[in-house]
Design a protein around this ligand. Structure first.
Ligand code: PEP
Ligand code: MN
Length: 286
């Protein structure tokens, strides 16, 4: 039994997973960036793409501050079906133009295996949302694409279940899996989720996967995003994915947890100081 299986001793069936994980790489290449070495990756952008103006303004700003990749939801998987479900295909031309203008890689959520054909040309990384961590049909389909997958932790997902989900992608042929801790559901209600900083250190010490932290969904409050992003960096995260909006009051989703542009700039300055203390630096094109 490998050391990973032993560490997860309570989950006795876990050793099956470990065998496949031996083949998994520890760094994932996104364009000219390498995720999972000691350099720190910052992925930033709005929860949802809402207009050309909103996405372009956010993208130019975060790029200027040193973000390496853009995020922007087009297909949204919302808990409440009566809320904004994303612009869908209407966002494609916006995403394409902003990507070209900034030259930044782009990550967006895939919510259904039938979207692979449309998205594969547009996204550089497929995001699997928390609500889809157990969607094995989707995971198997993503095993067959040649783009990296950012696999968010289900909000009630055990670390062992999360790793099995990663294995669904890997076993079907795609070893380029990056994990993302985005907070879990606990008895606590003061914050939207409880960010599990243990998971960051645990994944780094016991598995070959790179891991990003999502302090936006992990806290659900813009004022808490910066401190938790710094904590994640200190715990060894390979980077963060963070929601930023030029006018959070007007956001069509998750405005309450979006950083304003000045807040993002401030986060980057603080992160740089923490990274320096850790002998690390921001990820730049290799
Ligand atoms: C998101 O990134 O906007 C999102 C919906 O995240 P999660 O799947 O973690 O809730
Ligand atoms: Mn969101």
């Amino acid at each position: 039994m490998s050391c990973l299986a032993k560490n997860l001793g309570v989950v006795t069936h876990f050793e099956v997973c470990v065998c496949v994980m031996k083949n998994i790489t520890t760094t994932v290449q996104v364009g000219s960036y390498s995720i999972g070495n000691s350099d720190f990756v910052v992925v930033a952008g709005p929860c949802s793409i809402e207009s050309m103006e909103q996405f372009a303004e956010t993208a130019e700003f975060v790029k200027g501050c040193g973000a390496m990749m853009l995020r922007g939801g087009m297909f949204k998987l919302r808990t409440n079906p009566n809320t904004f479900q994303g612009m869908g295909k209407n966002a494609f031309s916006i995403a394409r133009e902003v990507k070209e203008k900034t030259g930044m890689p782009f990550i967006s959520e895939i919510t259904d295996p039938r979207q692979v054909g449309d998205l594969v040309e547009l996204v550089d990384v497929f995001q699997v949302g928390s609500r889809n961590m157990h969607n094995y049909a989707l995971l198997k389909e993503l095993g067959q694409v040649n783009k990296p997958v950012l696999l968010k932790r289900g909000f009630s997902g055990l670390i062992s279940e999360w790793l099995y989900s990663a294995e669904y992608v890997a076993k079907n042929g795609n070893n380029n899996v990056i994990l993302c801790e985005r907070g879990i559901r606990t008895f606590e209600t003061a914050t939207r989720n409880t960010f599990d900083v243990n998971a960051i250190a645990y994944i780094k010490q016991n598995t070959p996967f790179p891991i990003l932290a999502d302090p936006s969904h992990g806290t659900g409050a813009s004022a808490l995003v910066t401190p938790i992003a710094l904590a994640a960096a200190a715990a060894g995260a390979d980077g963060i994915i963070v929601e930023v909006h030029p006018r959070p009051d007007e956001a069509r989703s998750d405005g309450f947890q979006a950083l304003t542009l000045p807040m993002f700039e401030n986060l980057m300055k603080k992160l740089e100081r923490v990274l320096t203390a850790l002998d690390r630096k921001f990820c730049r094109p290799s």
